[in-house]
Design a protein around this ligand. Structure first.
Ligand SMILES: *Cc1c(COP(=O)(O)O)cnc(C)c1O
Length: 396
């Protein structure tokens, strides 16, 4: 029995089977590379679904996390802690929001954003103002509130009835949003670049149009930046491409680069809507998670990661366009920065398996799209290495 099959046996016996996993057990990481327990090396263009922005084994990040482990990991939110003071300062400055609430995951950040919006609706327009407009093909997480606003029937149907008053508009179709707005609407929630739904950037017209509709109707605009935020678009947050500010921003994934932490943040108009007793979490904002997030922000600055994403992201765009040009079954190439996708006219699971066998990790986004989410440290050489593997295994 190999080491891998031994691990797979135990996991499949002990852990509830909600994932069809690849038959690989990962063990170590270094820079852009991951190694499985058999010692096989993989070039990583997935970053654990957009999480590990800094590349694996970053010494300064690891040292910051280790130092906090030795000092203090958890206190409860009945006390103050310095890492949360410092990390929140960074988050607010980077996002343009006014105050932040730390959670443990992306879904939990979305829950908090929805609670804030519902309370705001009640306060300003009364008990009937609880409807939320979400987007078809969106993804916001797996908890009941988050799945209620996720525009994918498959993720919702086994758990209905879900949150009442959720309506779905078409992404990048402003008229479809307008048609759903009423005096019962408290919020519009959208990803600035849809991730799971197929790597689709919002158009400038759509983002600015939603912002204006929300202003005109006193509705809160929630930008879910859990995947597209934290530098992936070449901006710290993807809405900054268009110079607008949402009322509420959600973040997670690369926010802690692997140490679980999420956040929802509110702009000046709504940052005091939630009061003492309205919301809470035992772990959220603990010193360990916040020390990790603080290190992430510091290293983004120190290593000029945004500049790297802009420069190498443009190169990735050009090279993926070349792949599209020579592959008749690729129907579209979308995305920006280090969040790009190739859409095929057929499911891509077979290609992804072949790429894994060849030592390249990429994920799909929906059945037909290969999604490229490299760590933000990827170089042009890494892109070339990735493209060489694609040329051999992904042209069909
Ligand atoms: C991953 C993701 C979530 C959910 O985050 P979890 O940490 O898995 O709960 C929510 N929204 C978007 C856009 C995501 O990509």
């Amino acid at each position: 029995m190999t080491k891998t099959s031994n691990i797979i046996d135990k996991v499949e016996n002990n852990i509830i089977h909600t994932y069809n996993r690849y038959q690989i057990a990962l063990d170590e990481g270094e820079g852009m590379y991951l190694y499985d327990v058999e010692g096989k090396k993989y070039l990583d263009f997935g970053s654990g679904i957009g999480v590990f922005a800094l590349g694996y084994g970053n010494k300064e990040y690891n040292d910051a996390v280790k130092a906090q482990v030795d000092k203090l990991i958890h206190t409860s939110n009945y006390f103050y802690n310095e890492p949360s003071a410092l990390a929140s300062e960074k988050f607010i400055k980077a996002s343009g929001m006014t105050k932040v609430f730390y959670t443990n995951s992306g879904a939990e950040a979305v829950e908090g954003a929805l609670k804030l919006a519902k309370k705001y609706g009640k306060m300003t327009k009364g008990d009937n103002c609880y409807e939320i407009i979400a987007m078809n093909k969106s993804f916001h997480g797996r908890t009941i509130g988050a799945v209620s606003v996720t525009g994918n029937e498959h993720y919702r149907e086994s758990f209905e009835p879900l949150l009442p008053g959720v309506k779905f508009a078409d992404y990048n179709n402003l008229e479809s949003v307008k048609a759903l707005i009423s005096d019962r609407t408290c919020a519009v929630i959208m990803e600035t670049i849809q991730g799971e739904g197929g790597v689709t950037p919002a158009t400038e017209e759509f983002v600015k149009g939603v912002r204006t509709l929300c202003d005109e109707n006193n509705i809160l605009m929630i930008a879910d930046e859990i995947q597209c935020g934290m530098g992936r678009s070449g901006y710290m947050f993807a809405y900054q491409r268009f110079g607008i500010l949402p009322d509420i921003v959600t973040s997670a994934k690369a926010l802690g680069c692997g140490v679980p932490i999420g956040a929802f943040a509110a702009g000046s108009k709504v940052c005091d809507v939630l009061c003492a007793g309205d919301h809470g979490t035992t772990y959220g904002g603990n010193p360990l998670a916040c020390a990790a997030s603080l290190a992430v922000f510091n290293l983004f600055e120190k290593n000029n990661l945004l500049e790297n994403v802009v420069e190498v992201g443009a190169y990735l765009y050009k090279r993926l366009d070349e792949i599209k040009a020579i592959c008749p079954s690729i129907t579209d190439h979308r995305g920006i920065g280090f969040m790009q996708g190739l859409e095929y006219d057929h499911p891509v699971s077979g290609i992804i398996q072949k790429l894994l066998d060849a030592g390249l990790i990429v994920f799909s986004a929906g059945p037909n799209v290969i999604r490229f989410l490299p760590p933000l440290i990827a170089t042009m050489k890494d892109v070339d290495d990735m493209i060489n593997i694609l040329k051999e295994w992904a042209i069909e």
